[in-house]
Write a protein that binds this ligand. Sequence first.
Ligand SMILES: Nc1ncnc2c1ncn2[C@@H]1O[C@H](COP(=O)(O)OP(=O)(O)OP(=O)(O)O)[C@@H](O)[C@H]1O
Ligand SMILES: [Mg+2]
Length: 355
Amino acid sequence: MEIPEVRVLLIEDDEDDYVLIRDLLEEVSSTRYDLDWVSDAGRGLDKLRGGRHDVCLLDHMLGELTGLELLDQAGGNHCSTPVIFLTGQDNYSLDMQAMKRGASDYLVKGHISAPLLERSIRYSIEHRKTAEALRKSEKELKYLSSRLLSYQENERKMIAARLHDELGQILTAVKLGVEDAIGLMPEGESCTRLKSLLPSIQDGIDEVRNLYTRLRPSLLDDLGIGATIHWYCRQFKELHPKIHIETQIDILEDRIPSSVKDAIFRIVQEALGNVSRHSSAGRVHLSLLEIDGNIVLTVQDNGLGFDIDAALPEDHRARGLGFLSMKERTELFGGTLKIDSTRGSGTTITASWTN
Ligand SMILES: Nc1ncnc2c1ncn2[C@@H]1O[C@H](COP(=O)(O)OP(=O)(O)OP(=O)(O)O)[C@@H](O)[C@H]1O
Ligand SMILES: [Mg+2]
């Protein structure tokens, strides 16, 4: 079996400790280590950032910088090289701080044996590979979901436009034609039959209008997000007369990019849909404001509230898609979504984007 070679960066200002680590690594027969020793923190940081080593052994007391500071400057959790912390003494608090900053292990110099060091290096490299693969696949999923969302939005726009420009126009032309024909006909059975068609044609026209406004209200392009939210809330009140909605919109239209307007409208749709389906609320406060230069959308109800951990289990198959899509839509344009809910005290959804 070929012996693997591992490139090790050792950032350590004490030569005796360098010798100790070198000797330990030489004891390991299963792996060959190419040891690169740097005694100076600044040069060590440069080498670590260079990302050309498989693992870094980092001393804590380095003179000009501590190991923790160096780890921070190297990017902590985002540093591509796994970092094993080396210290002179066992210190739980330091160990925790190093772990939180992304160190993959914490070893106390006086207690290191060759097998322990070998195992720690091997596990650290493997963990980093898994973490990298996860990060990559998460990035790909985010990209895919953002593509899907924009595809869905474009598709809705396209279908709404065709319903409006084509089917809607055809039905209107049919209605006008039938009305013309009725005007030209003498009263009689044929005329009565034609007249009886008019209500159905009108129903068809209304249904097509309903469909394209629900798919994507043209108001959004014509009058903006403020007018669209007011219009949507009026529709919501007609369907749910027991729920009182207050709206507060105080933001200039041109402060909101058009793609964020689409996202805001979809989040309002989903949040109000949730209020009507799940909350039993009597009152909703919806606001769209500019706060400290940020666009902030809030939908707050005074309903039953819910247990967030139970309603949004880790297992995606067991949960609805509403919150997931709100989150995706918010994050797609660099925003953050916050859900606050307590049983008995209602629910507040806050989506905000930095302008
Ligand atoms: N305003 C609310 N008041 C009370 N419970 C809520 C509210 N909004 C959401 N919930 C709870 O959170 C769960 C998850 O909501 P989510 O919108 O993600 O999914 P859903 O509405 O169940 O399904 P979908 O949106 O996919 O049709 C709901 O099933 C409900 O239990
Ligand atoms: Mg929902």
